[in-house]
Design a protein around this ligand. Structure first.
Ligand SMILES: [Fe+2]
Ligand SMILES: [Fe+2]
Ligand SMILES: [Fe+2]
Length: 294
């Protein structure tokens, strides 16, 4: 099979992992605190690892990881229906991985897909069990319909965090700068935490988080990536600072300040990386110029 075709298939798998992550997080947050919510969130984290492996394989093949999100199923009204929807999503993933394993001959990629397939089969079993368990325990959707300026601020935060998770992950796959790759991945994980804190805060406060994103930066060069990241971190550090000053709730203020300080840290990290990147580039030119002139 041609490389392009393999990249296309792996990107379809990656998009479905992305959809699964958001569907499971939405369900986990919607159940509030508890053992099952924790386990569903842990499964979302396993899908993140799958997404990461697939993206790295796509880049090794010379491709670009897709930023599209696969189809989700959020139709279920009651918690046991959510779990049944998750069983269906896993079944769809299992069918697709089995098909792709048959189609792809490369042993290393086949092996990776088989490894993921085994996880999905175990997830399917877990969700089947959760359909019964959530029924038995009478788990309810704990989200409320509060809609005020706090809800608006928190939803803005979630949208921002989701966007930068995608942006930093994508950049970490595409950059050739090893230090930048490591830092971008680290900060993406931190932004993922922010998303979780904000979503849990919203559910506690009686509203419903909306997990959507805007368009992530897809610059081609590391310097341009970092410039875009610096711009966004500056803006959000200010926005979180302003929001912290406006809220009445002390706990929420503390949370917003904690996130703000993380964003300031990201800003420093990206500024340092950009400086090093620009020094490296100018040294390269300095060394190369006499040679290319001769
Ligand atoms: Fe899964
Ligand atoms: Fe953040
Ligand atoms: Fe940040």
């Amino acid at each position: 099979m041609e490389k392009e075709k393999i990249i296309e298939l792996l990107n379809l798998d990656l998009e479905n992992e992305h959809g699964a992550i958001i569907q499971y997080l939405t369900h986990a947050y919607g159940m509030g605190e508890g053992e099952i919510a924790c386990e569903v969130e842990a499964m979302a984290r396993e899908e993140m690892r799958h997404l990461d492996w697939l993206a790295e394989t796509i880049v090794e093949l010379g491709g670009e990881p897709s930023l599209k999100r696969g189809t989700m199923n959020m139709a279920g009204k009651e918690v046991p229906d959510w779990m049944a929807d998750d069983v269906k999503l896993e079944q769809g993933a299992i069918d697709q991985y089995e098909e792709h394993i048959k189609m792809i001959d490369e042993p290393k990629i086949k092996r990776l897909l088989k490894r993921i397939l085994a996880d999905e089969k175990s997830h399917r079993g877990d969700f089947e069990h959760f359909v019964e368990k959530t029924k038995r325990e009478g788990l309810k959707d704990v989200r409320g319909d509060r809609k005020d300026s706090v809800t608006k601020t928190l939803n803005w935060g979630i949208e921002h965090e989701y966007t930068v998770v995608l942006q930093y992950l994508f950049q970490s796959y595409m950059t050739g700068n090893e230090e930048a790759r490591k830092q971008l991945e680290d900060q993406a994980i931190n932004e993922m935490q922010h998303l979780g804190w904000l979503a849990e805060e919203m559910v506690d406060g009686g509203s419903t988080p909306r997990i959507e994103h805007t368009k992530p930066d897809q610059s081609a060069s590391t310097a341009d990536m970092l410039k875009a990241d610096i711009k966004i971190e500056k803006e959000v550090a200010e926005a979180y600072d302003k929001a912290a000053r406006e809220v009445d709730d002390a706990g929420l203020r503390e949370l917003l300040i904690r996130i703000r300080d993380n964003e300031k840290y990201h800003l420093d990290v990206f500024n340092d990386l950009l400086e090093e990147e620009e020094v490296d580039k100018s040294t390269d030119t300095g060394v190369n110029l006499p040679d290319s002139g001769g």
